[in-house]
Design a protein around this ligand. Structure first.
Ligand code: AMP
Length: 404
């Protein structure tokens, strides 16, 4: 693989690369950087944790050169992602004089308006708040040269595509557009063909594959023993930081309360109903090692760069196969090893099968050694129908329930 110095990045940006400690470009960086430096449009399908942010930011910072007007707009689906991309941009561009501003909801307008008025080169925004500024005419997008649409599949999930279209319509036509989406359902293909001009495509690995550095397993269990098994897994696992995903906010709250009551782990929580300030605190505390466990919903699953997650545990099987890939992508980032466990009950077998079809591989079933399983049939690796049919209660000596 090539060296960063052969890719044509500017000197100040190369200093940022060296300061970040990057020595070898990842595959998406090696492939995308020359295309972006040449001013071409790009459509990239990339797994999370592949170095995508630097892949688009390094050449963009190089092309922007000196500070001037607002020339680069980056759209992100969530506040956390926007704030993460802003930090990466500032780190990688710290030897340039380019200024970056974060524009997202959940915080007051004042500092954002002041920042825009003072002048910035790059805005990293979520769609809703950006539209507010556009309506209030507090942002001037007439000099945008580079538009970066990141995590477009997530924008689709969150219902942002109409907002994205409105924003794109307000931008100069003569610009470079970089478009990233881990998956390309038809609605996204439609947006891509409308927004991009003669793009070069960069596809890293199979679009649907789970990160290669992750070992993932299904742990069959009945619903009634789900919490017990989670505790047993946590106890047995030599983890330093673990993300536990639940399907709903209410389940996250419940699990958080139970884990706090148990008191064995320093744990925190993050989902859409948690106040923005507390979300930031939770994430920062988790990153800094103040918490061992973070309980999260899918809001946290996409793209967030928390580099030292050693384990991901899906408390329930995600209904959406695409979410599975994103969730387990939280571990095993940038070639680090990681493990992902998914607790699987009989009612979730169909979701499990969808996931296996989606990623094109069978996820091995594992048993937690020493755990007192109430039902054992789910542990047999036969076909789902047979597993359900054969689900028999393990007889416990001495405990007999009488039928009335
Ligand atoms: P991303 O896929 O952009 O979220 O990046 C995932 C992680 O990989 C981040 O922690 C980056 O700082 C890190 N990273 C990106 N590019 C490189 C590289 N060339 N060498 C080492 N680490 C990298």
């Amino acid at each position: 693989m090539s060296d960063f110095s052969t890719l044509g990045l500017s000197e100040t940006v190369m200093q940022g690369v060296n300061d970040a400690g990057y020595t070898t470009p990842t595959q998406i960086q090696a492939e995308s950087i020359p295309i972006i430096l040449a001013g071409k449009d790009l459509v990239g399908a990339s797994q999370t944790g592949t170095g995508k942010t630097a892949a688009f930011m390094l050449p963009t910072l190089s092309r922007l050169g000196e500070s001037g007007k607002l020339r680069c707009l980056i759209l992100e689906p969530t506040r956390e992602l926007a704030s993460q991309v802003k930090s990466a941009t500032e780190d990688l561009g710290k030897n340039t004089n380019l200024k970056t501003l974060l524009v997202h909801g959940g915080v007051s307008y004042g500092p954002q308006k002041d920042g825009l008025e003072a002048g910035v080169d790059i805005v990293v925004a979520t769609p809703g708040r950006l539209l507010d500024h556009m309506q209030q005419k507090t942002i001037d997008l007439s000099n945008i040269d580079v538009l970066i649409l990141d995590e477009v599949d997530r924008m689709l999930d969150m219902g942002f595509l109409p907002d994205v279209r409105r924003i794109v319509k307000a931008l100069p036509e003569n610009r470079q557009t970089l478009f990233f989406s881990a998956t390309m359902p038809p609605q996204i293909e439609g947006l891509a063909s409308w927004v991009l001009k003669d793009p070069e495509a960069v596809e890293i690995g199979a679009r649907r594959s789970a990160a290669e550095t992750v070992s993932h397993y299904f742990y069959p269990v009945t619903d009634s023993q789900r919490y017990e098994l989670l505790m047993a897994l946590l106890k047995k696992t030599d983890f330093h930081s673990v993300m536990v995903f639940t399907r709903t906010k209410a389940q996250a709250d419940r699990l958080f309360a139970d884990l706090q009551k148990a008191g064995d782990y320093k744990c925190t929580i993050m989902h859409g109903d948690i106040r923005q300030g507390d979300r930031v605190k939770a994430l920062e505390g988790f990153r800094d090692g103040k918490f061992d466990v973070i309980i999260a919903t899918d809001l946290a699953a996409r793209g967030l760069d928390i580099s030292n997650v050693s384990h991901v545990i899906n408390y329930q099987v995600p209904e959406n196969a695409d979410d599975y890939v994103h969730r387990i992508g939280r571990t095993g980032r940038a070639q680090k090893e990681g493990d992902a466990y998914t607790l699987l009950s009989g009612a979730e077998l169909e979701h499990a099968k969808n996931i296996e079809d989606f990623i094109g591989q069978k996820v091995p079933r594992k048993k937690c050694e020493g755990f007192d399983y109430k039902y054992t049939a789910l542990l047999d690796d036969t076909d789902p129908g047979a597993r359900i049919a054969g689900m028999v209660r393990k007889r416990k000596t001495g405990i007999k329930r009488r039928r009335r």
